[in-house]
Design a protein around this ligand. Structure first.
Ligand SMILES: [Zn+2]
Length: 252
């Protein structure tokens, strides 16, 4: 699979895109933002977040007037299309064109799904809690079972997040996360840290959850939020900023 390690642009904000989804630029707007702008977080005044959302929409072509921005609570809950702001959910399934969806992250794994034959997709926030509850697999399964998507056609992109290089967790967390995939392989545990705590690769776990459902077209964007302090916000670095994964389906 192609690997996009370099953002497509860095001014006025960093934007990563997927090589897989960039073959469908006529049909879908997508991306993963980065510094220097922040799209949320407790330290971000609402008017600043609003202005930065408008900037992102202006530079990506995303619809500001029908923008879904859920309140995320580390669950396995997801909703369909327009979700009023402040409504709790950790993923948005898009089946309508002209509806934009964003999920905020700052180490957690953002996932974008797109099925070009059915022309439907989803954005997902998967931290360790969401990953342990298999939110990515549950959303994909819903696309297959309720919206006639096919695993064969589904494209999945796993965006910038804390990498296996840096994500040190407790043995209990590592255990909960690894139980979500049939083959808990040694590659999930990249190494033991200096504190003898396991490091896990959450991106890889989300990819393996999808592969277990028959999805073979999975692209992982290798950027790590903790390694790349220049381009990406990291909660573990103590930063208050938030980046987003964004998706909108264009009219066909
Ligand atoms: Zn790293």
């Amino acid at each position: 699979m192609p690997k996009t390690a370099v953002p497509v642009f860095t001014e006025p904000f960093v934007l990563y895109q997927s090589a897989l989804l960039n073959t469908y630029t006529e049909r879908v707007i997508h991306g993963f933002t980065g510094k220097p702008i922040t799209l949320g977080g407790q330290a971000c005044p609402p008017e600043q977040a609003r202005a930065n959302r408008a900037l992102v929409c202006q530079h990506t072509g995303l619809s500001l007037n029908r923008l879904t921005l859920p309140r995320q609570t580390h669950t396995d809950q997801f909703r369909l299309n327009d979700t009023p702001c402040e409504r709790e959910t950790d993923a948005v399934i898009l089946t309508e064109t002209g509806v934009a969806a964003m999920v905020q992250v700052a180490d957690c794994v953002p996932v974008i799904l797109y099925e070009p034959v059915r022309h439907i997709g989803a954005v997902i926030h998967a931290g360790w809690r969401g990953t342990a509850q298999s939110i990515t697999a549950k959303v994909a399964q819903t696309l297959f079972e309720q919206h006639q998507a096919s695993p064969k056609h589904l494209l999945a992109v796993i965006g910038p997040s804390i990498g296996g290089c840096c994500y040190e967790v407790s043995p209990e967390v590592a255990e909960q996360v690894s139980q979500t995939i049939p083959q808990a392989t040694a590659s999930l545990y990249t190494s033991l840290s200096v504190n003898d705590k396991p490091k896990i690769d959450l991106k890889q776990v989300n990819a393996l959850q999808l592969e277990a459902l028959g999805v073979s077209q999975v692209e992982i964007i290798p950027a790590c939020t903790l390694c790349d302090s220049e381009r990406l916000w990291s909660h573990r670095r103590g930063e208050p900023g938030r980046q987003v994964a964004l998706l909108e389906l264009k009219p066909q």
